[in-house]
Design a protein around this ligand. Structure first.
Ligand code: ATP
Ligand code: MG
Length: 358
C-alpha cells in the first residue's frame, strides 16, 4: 500500500480581508484533498497580525522562524491596519520572515482571467506574463538612517544594497523560469542609466547568466520604458525580472492590466527548498471592505494552487484552477469584478465544481 503524501501548512490570515480570503481558501483546498484522495493536507492557524501586535508589542514571536520551519509551506493573507503605520506592520511581519527564510524569489503570474477584462485594447488575447521579483535585498534592505531629526537640515538615506550572490541567484531563477515557458523569453528590468552602481551590476550579472541559457531570448529595459511597453505593447512580453522596488510597482500595474488586484496571486519562494515557501494574494488588508463578506477570494485560491504545485501536487493545483476558472466563466464574481456574488457564494460555487471531479 502506498501512503498518500501529507502536507502541513501554516495558515497566517493576518489582518482585514486576509482573514476572510484565507478562510475561504482553506475550505476549498480541504474539499479538494477530500475529493481527489491523492494527498492529505493539514492547516495550522497562526495568529500573527495586528491584534497580536497590540497584545504583545510585536507582530511575530521571537521564535517565529523555528515555528515556520516545521511546516511544508505557509498560506498568508495580508497585514496592515488603519491605526498602525504601514512600514511598521510590513516590517513587523512579512519582511521579518521573508529575509531570514531567504524567500528570495517572489513570483507573480499575471494572466487575464475568465470574468476579468483587460483594460488595454491593444491586448486582444489578454495578457499572460510571469513577473519575478527579487525579494531579499536591494531597495528594501532596510539600510540607511536619519540624522538631525526635526532640523531643517534633517537628512535620510535609504540604501539599495545589492550583492553579486543575490543578483546571480534571482537571475538564474528567472532564466530557468523563462526557459520553462513556451515563449522562452525574458526581460531584465533595471535603471542603469541613472543608478550607476547596483543597477550596472544587475546588467553585468544578467549578461553573464544569460550565457548559460542560449535558448532563452532575453533583452533588458529601463523600468520607466517598461511601464510604457506593458501598456503599449503587452504581447511583446513574457517573463520579467527586476529588483524589489521596481517589481513591486510593475506588479501592481500588471495586476491592474490583467483586470483586478482581487485575482492576483504571489509566491515567496526559497528555490533551494531549505525553508518553507510562503504563498499570498498580492492585495493587502483592504479595510474599506473588511467584514462585508465581499472580498474576492480568487487571488488566494490561485495562491493556494501555486502552493500545491510547489509542494508537489501539480495535478491537484491544475484541477483547482480549472474549477475556479469555471466559476468565473459562469459569471459568479464578486463586486470588484462587476458581479454580485459574495465571498462565500464564490467558495460554494468552487466547492460544487470540485465535487464534479469525483
Ligand atoms: P494594504 O495597506 O494592506 O496594502 P490596502 O487597504 O491598501 O491594504 P489593497 O489590498 O492595496 O488595500 O487594495 C486596494 C483596494 O482594492 C482595496 O481598498 C479594495 O477596495 C480593493 N481590493 C483589494 N483586494 C481585494 C479583494 N480581494 N476583493 C475585492 N476588492 C479588493
Ligand atoms: Mg495597499
Amino acid at each position: 500500500m502506498t501512503s498518500k503524501p501529507a502536507y502541513r501548512i501554516a495558515s497566517i490570515p493576518g489582518d482585514g480581508i486576509g482573514t476572510e480570503v484565507v478562510a475561504a481558501a482553506i475550505q476549498v483546498v480541504e474539499k479538494l484533498a477530500k475529493t481527489l484522495e491523492t494527498f492529505q493536507i493539514e492547516f495550522t492557524h497562526i495568529p500573527w497580525g495586528t491584534a497580536y501586535y497590540k497584545q504583545n508589542g510585536r507582530y511575530v514571536p521571537e521564535d517565529c522562524l523555528d515555528i515556520l520551519r516545521k511546516f511544508d509551506a505557509g498560506l498568508f493573507g495580508a497585514v496592515g491596519a488603519p491605526d498602525v503605520p504601514d512600514h511598521i506592520s510590513l516590517w513587523g511581519l512579512l519582511l521579518a520572515i521573508r529575509g531570514p527564510l531567504q524567500l528570495y524569489a517572489n513570483v507573480r503570474p499575471v494572466r487575464t482571467f475568465p470574468g476579468t477584462k483587460c483594460p488595454l485594447n491593444t491586448a486582444t488575447d489578454g495578457i499572460d506574463w510571469l513577473l519575478v521579483r527579487e525579494n531579499s535585498e536591494g531597495e528594501y534592505s532596510g539600510q540607511g538612517g536619519r540624522s538631525h531629526i526635526g532640523q531643517p537640515w534633517e537628512a535620510a538615506t535609504e540604501v539599495a544594497m545589492f550583492t553579486r550572490v543575490g543578483i546571480e541567484r534571482i537571475m538564474r531563477f528567472a532564466f530557468e523560469t523563462a526557459q520553462s515557458r513556451p515563449k522562452k523569453q525574458l526581460t531584465v528590468v533595471t535603471k542603469s542609466n541613472s543608478m550607476r552602481n547596483g543597477m550596472v551590476l544587475w546588467d553585468e550579472v544578467a549578461a553573464q547568466v544569460a550565457r548559460g541559457f542560449p535558448d532563452v531570448k532575453w533583452d533588458k529595459m529601463l523600468v520607466d520604458a517598461m511601464t510604457v511597453r506593458m501598456v503599449a505593447n503587452p504581447q511583446s512580453i513574457d517573463t520579467i525580472v527586476g529588483t524589489n522596488l521596481h517589481m513591486d510597482i510593475l506588479s501592481d500595474l500588471a495586476a491592474a492590466l490583467a483586470g483586478s488586484i482581487g485575482v492576483a496571486p504571489s509566491s515567496n519562494l526559497d528555490p533551494t527548498r531549505k525553508n518553507p515557501s510562503l504563498f499570498e494574494p498580492v492585495h493587502g488588508s483592504a479595510f474599506d471592505i473588511t467584514g462585508k463578506g465581499i472580498a474576492n477570494p480568487v487571488a488566494t485560491f490561485w495562491s493556494a494552487a501555486e502552493m500545491l504545485s510547489w509542494v508537489g501536487e501539480k495535478d491537484a493545483a491544475a484541477k483547482l484552477m480549472l474549477c475556479v476558472e469555471n466559476v468565473c466563466s459562469a459569471g459568479i464574481l464578486t463586486p470588484d469584478l462587476g458581479g454580485t456574488a459574495n465571498t462565500q457564494g464564490v467558495v460554494d460555487a468552487v466547492i460544487a465544481e470540485i465535487e464534479k471531479l469525483k
